[in-house]
Ligand binder design. Sequence first.
Ligand code: ADP
Ligand code: MG
Length: 483
Amino acid sequence: MSIPFDQYEAVIGLEVHAQLQTNSKAYCADGTLFGLSPNEQVSPISLGHPGTLPVLNRSAIDYAIKMGLATNCEINHFNAYARKNYFYADLPKGYQITQHTTPICTNGKVTIEVNGQKKNIGITRIHMEEDAGKSIHDIDPFHTLVDLNRAGVPLIEIVTEPDFRNADEAYEYLTLIRKLVRYLEICDGNMEEGSLRCDCNVSVRKKGASEFGTKIEVKNMNSIRNVKRAIEYEIERQITAIEAGEKLYQQTRSFNAANGTTFDMRSKEAANDYRYFPEPDIPPFIVTEADIETVRQSMPALPEELFARFKTEYGLSAYDAGVLSDDRFIAEYFENLVGESKNYKQAANWVMGPVKSYLNERAIDIKEFPLTVAHINSIMQLVETGKVSHTVAVQKIYPVLLENPGKDPLQIAQELNLIQESNAGAIEELVKQALAKFPEKVEEYKSGKTSLVGLFMGEVMKLSKGKADPKMANELVIKYLNA
Ligand code: ADP
Ligand code: MG
């Protein structure tokens, strides 16, 4: 029996947890660094010992507001915290302090683009909460170990409406969310280290049905690509099960990256198992319009705005504008370079080409790049004024400059004897030599084989050791061939 996959559609909603890059934890002064030895950042407050009291971290609130503004949410003025009770070894207090009925941000939307189609995704809410510690099952063969460094690190949870209809849309959304948290510098967006995590809620229904199908939650994907794989697998699995007459029930499944499948983790707890109640140790607090305005003022231009500016003001292609606005600090570098050079396309090519390859090869970010925009601008000047060709600039001068950022590019060009020959007399001599070397090819050219210009150009460039101004050489070669 073949399975009629195309009679179904998927419905997907995403819950993203982002670890906030604050210096201290959500409700106490313990540090938040990743990768320390276990249990180095754990005070009695993180452990919830009797007599300790949590205190709100103001930065965490500002970060949540930033994300709310970046995703077009309403920012709610009245904020309260609740205790979400459950028992687990990595949760020393026995409850998580979270926002329950009063999420700080609600009713937002972001726009994604898939295959040239724009689509809005509704943001149901963003609320603040705290992370749990980490249980480690694979070090000791007989015991589970626990590292509480992460316990109490502030999180925001970003919940979408069930607006996605396929895995590609989810992929684009997560790429956008990661870009936004990095632009805002509120989270490092690293899925491998778990600072950005995504739970996918997936259901399927017959096309045209008005009710949603049974929702299944999938966890433990450590990359955006794996989220896509998990959703694709899950859609196919659910349709296959329904077609085989199985009844699906709500459950939480885990993704196995090794073989691209999902497996049952637990059937979902009902919401009231958590016995939420208002957190007695943190009074509700008010976010004022003035607070929101202060946060708004502190925000950088967002990728969408930069993309539009690069396209319309600088006349770049959508592709170039997309690459350059992908990372906030690359975009800033590019804008500074444009400010110096006013040569938009050249500047774009330098940043997207030589600069980005250097960063990619070393897996570093632009903040660690050794050359200032003034450096790149002076190399660009050498090309623009015809002193060196673009190829020589990229292949010969740029690598030397990277090693010696103190040097002047012009000086490097002179020392390496790279200044282009743009003296017509000198080039004419070389053209004559080149023609004299291949008299029979000159005849072939004259009888119509015009592609031979390339051969003579090659010869002239060789004779000049790559230093002849190619434009001038080309003109002279043609002039002499037609003489
Ligand atoms: P829960 O209380 O189980 O966490 P929520 O109603 O808070 O459920 O929804 C969690 C996420 O699941 C949201 O992103 C929402 O859009 C999504 N969702 C809700 N119902 C469905 C469904 N039938 N299929 C797919 N996703 C769903
Ligand atoms: Mg939920």
